[in-house]
Structures are given as structure tokens and as C-alpha cells.
Write a protein that binds this ligand. Structure first.
Ligand code: ADP
Ligand code: MG
Length: 399
């Protein structure tokens, strides 16, 4: 789960990371009022959107007066911010963070990620901050410092100092750097984060080390033990289809294609998507209904897939081990009886209780297309979808 910059800053400052003074606003007037409360002569108005690259996309604006703040906010509020990370549909701006503008002397990149190969938290840092880490690694890979934290002892001061030296931080600032790194590491581990990123971490003209941007991502499976983090979720920033799926405990990722997929197991879901592509189609989603899916759960999955208007055919592919084909079949039938379905449905069942499952489908009287293998299922799904489209086109041109 992602959170907003202002929320990440609030969390990190609770762990000793220094940030500029700032406040949240829901309207242009409130933003101007907040700026006066903060004081100073220059402010930064920042769109709170779950994406990086806001600066380049017009989501960060420098202002010198009330009027400038209000004007910058009017341009942002309610608009969709499109960055290289959001896709063309962008993400809505409903909250704006106003912050005192600070004089920047140097910009660093500081990130904490899970390194899967060492199974440890890895610190990634660079003296080329302010630029996306992908660009740094493409253009100045030698500037990147990587350091793995030994969990038994945690992030030690000497390790932070070593990183700071490698970044060329001046000796008088090293203590502030150590404090920042240790604060991030503690926030990361204590709150079950999967990523903490400060970009840029800056040194100001008056020798302060400050986090000017902050991103945190949390392990969704651990949110139950951090209610204070769970409540920071902002559904307005999520794909509505994915938000609905998460609420129903389904693993769903929306995609751009036409063939809706209902599959058990992440591996089989990936293979199904590949096979659809091989058969000349494009998957509309990734959906893993998981093991032990009840008929109700299958029906929920169906409704979810069908809520995507791009879906032109639904492919159900179940290889039942823990699951039961008869339950899946019941779920499919239940869903088809409830939902007005006007697209072809293709079902391939294999494994546990397959005969009972097939009998339920056959006895339902519903126009379900059955397949025995994955290849056959994908080919039939793509074929049925294309056929359906051409029939609709013919009908339209006749009428
Ligand atoms: P993003 O990474 O989404 O583009 P940032 O928060 O990193 O957004 O802001 C973009 C750039 O704006 C930063 O790299 C920094 O140079 C500048 N900036 C952001 N906040 C401040 C601030 N409080 N004072 C001065 N400059 C800032
Ligand atoms: Mg940034």
C-alpha cells in the first residue's frame, strides 16, 4: 500500500528524520492560510498524488505570495496529474501540501528497499539526488552506493557513517545523515514497510539535512498489525477495480485487454495470460481467486471481472488441487444466473472433482463454452470474442 508524501513525512519525522515545515490543504484559500501559518517568503505547493515525477508534470509549484499559491492550487485541484508512472489516465489531485521552500545546496538520493537475493533491507544512496533512481542507474551507475543491513544488529552508526563518507558528505553534516538513515530504517522495520525513499534528501545553505520528498510503501499483508498505517489508505489514488478486489480479498490487477481471466494460483494466472496472448488476444486482468474458493467467492470474482466494460469474453481456468471443480462450477453458474452476461464464457476445469464440475456446467443450461486444455481454452476464448465482435458489427450495420 502506498501513502502520500505528507503522510510519509509525518511518519518519518516521528522517527527523527528532519523535514521542512509544511501543512495540508483541501482548497486554495486554505493553502494560502497554511502558508501564512508556516511563515517565510517562499513556499512550495505540492500535489498529493501517489506517483513520482510530479515536479516534471506540473504537480510542484514554487510561490512567493498568497495570490500565487491560490492560483497554483486552482490549477491543480480536481485535475488529473499525468506522470510517467501513472499511465495516460493520470491520478486525481484532491489534497495539496504546502511547504516552506528551502535553499538547496546539494541533493542526495536515499532509498531503503527489500533486496530479495540477500533477503535483507538494502540501502541505496547516491549523491546525484533529485533525479529518479532509474535515471541515475542508467546515466551515473557508479554514483550509486549500496549497503545491506544485517538484521541481527540493525543499522549501526558506523555503517551510516561509511555510506555518508562514500557519498562525499561533509564531516560536519555526518551526524544529521546518520540520524536520517537510522530514522528511515526504524520506520521501515517497525512499520513493515517494503520501501522508503527520500528523493531528494538535501543539504540546505544553512547546513541542515532535510527530506524534501518522501515515499513509503507498506506490506499489505502486515497492515492488520498497524491500524495507524492502514487508515492512511487513499482509495482515490487506486485503480477502482483493484480497490474493489482488495476489499473482497481477491488478487486482481487491471490490464488493458479484452479477455477477462478468472484463475486459481498466481503462476497459472501468468501462464493463462501468456497463452491468451499466444492465441492472439490481450488479457483484461490478472485475477487469482486463491485456493479453497467457495462458489460465492467465484461469483464475486465474476462480478468484478464483468465490471470492467472492456471485457469481451471471460476465461475461467482452474487447476484444482486445494480447490474443488464442483464449487468453482457452482460459482460460475451462480454468477451467470445473477449477472446479465452478454459476452462468451469459456471454462476449463481440471483436477479435484472435475467430473462433478463438468456435470454442473453441462446441466445448467447456460451457454458455457467448455475446453479441456489451457491452449484450447485460450484459443476458444479469443475465437469467441472475435466472433462476438464481428456479429455485433454485422448487427449494427444491418440495423
Ligand atoms: P517529485 O519527485 O514527485 O517530482 P519532489 O517532492 O521531489 O516531487 O519535488 C520535485 C523537486 O522540487 C525536488 O527535487 C526539489 O528540487 C524541489 N522541491 C520540493 N520540495 C521543495 C522544498 N520544500 N523546497 C525547495 N525545493 C523543493
Ligand atoms: Mg522526488
Amino acid at each position: 500500500m502506498d501513502i502520500h508524501e505528507y503522510q510519509a513525512k509525518e511518519i518519518l519525522s516521528g522517527f527523527g528524520v528532519a523535514v521542512p515545515p509544511g501543512a495540508l490543504a483541501y482548497s486554495p484559500e486554505q493553502a494560502a492560510y497554511r502558508a501564512r501559518e508556516i511563515g517565510g517568503e517562499r513556499w512550495v505547493v505540492k500535489a498529493q498524488v501517489h506517483t513520482g515525477g510530479r515536479g516534471k508534470a506540473g504537480g510542484v509549484s514554487f510561490c512567493k505570495s498568497d495570490r500565487e499559491i491560490e492560483r497554483a492550487c486552482e490549477k491543480m485541484f480536481g485535475r488529473k496529474l499525468v506522470t510517467h508512472q501513472t499511465g495516460p489516465e493520470g491520478k486525481g489531485i484532491y489534497r495539496i501540501y504546502v511547504e516552506g521552500a528551502v535553499p538547496i545546496e546539494r541533493e542526495f538520493y536515499l532509498g531503503f528497499v527489500l533486496d530479495r537475493s540477500s533477503q535483507r533491507v538494502m540501502i541505496v544512496a547516491s549523491a546525484e539526488g533529485g533525479v529518479e533512481i532509474e535515471d541515475i542507474s542508467a546515466e551515473k551507475p557508479d554514483s550509486i552506493v549500496r549497503s545491506i543491513v544485517e538484521p541481527a544488529v540493525g543499522l549501526q552508526e558506523f555503517q551510516c557513517r561509511e555510506i555518508a563518507f562514500r557519498l562525499g558528505v561533509e564531516p560536519k553534516l555526518i551526524q544529521q545523515m546518520v540520524r536520517t538513515m537510522q530514522g528511515c530504517y526504524r520506520a521501515f522495520t517497525e512499520l513493515d514497510a517494503t520501501m522508503v525513499e527520500i528523493n531528494p534528501l538535501v543539504v540546505t545553505g544553512d547546513d541542515h539535512v532535510l527530506a524534501l520528498d518522501a515515499k513509503m510503501t507498506f506490506d499489505s499483508n502486515a497492515l492488520f498489525r498497524h491500524p495507524q498505517v492502514a487508515e492512511l489508505r487513499d482509495k482515490s489514488q487506486e485503480d477502482p477495480r483493484e480497490a474493489r478486489a482488495a476489499d473482497r480479498g481477491l488478487n486482481y490487477v487491471g490490464l488493458e485487454g479484452d479477455i477477462g481471466c478468472i484463475v486459481n494460483g498466481a503462476g497459472l494466472a501468468m501462464a493463462t495470460m501468456d497463452t491468451i496472448k499466444l492465441a492472439g488476444g490481450e488479457p483484461a486482468n490478472f485475477l487469482d481467486i486463491g485456493g479453497g474458493a467457495t462458489p460465492e467467492r467465484v461469483a464475486k470474482a465474476f462480478r468484478l471481472v464483468m465490471s470492467d466494460r472492456n471485457v469481451g469474453a471471460v476465461l475461467v481456468n482452474i487447476f484444482a488441487g486445494i480447490n474443488r471443480c464442483d464449487w468453482v462450477a457452482k460459482g460460475v453458474v451462480q454468477a451467470l444466473q445473477e449477472v446479465q452476461l452478454n459476452v462468451p464464457v469459456i471454462v476449463r476445469l481440471a483436477g479435484n472433482n472435475v467430473d462433478e464440475g463438468q456435470n454442473i456446467l453441462a446441466g445448467s443450461g447456460l451457454p458455457i463454452i467448455r475446453a479441456n486444455t489451457l491452449t484450447e481454452a485460450a484459443e476458444r476464448a479469443v475465437g469467441a470474442w472475435k466472433n462476438d465482435i464481428s456479429q455485433r458489427d454485422t448487427k449494427r450495420s444491418v440495423s
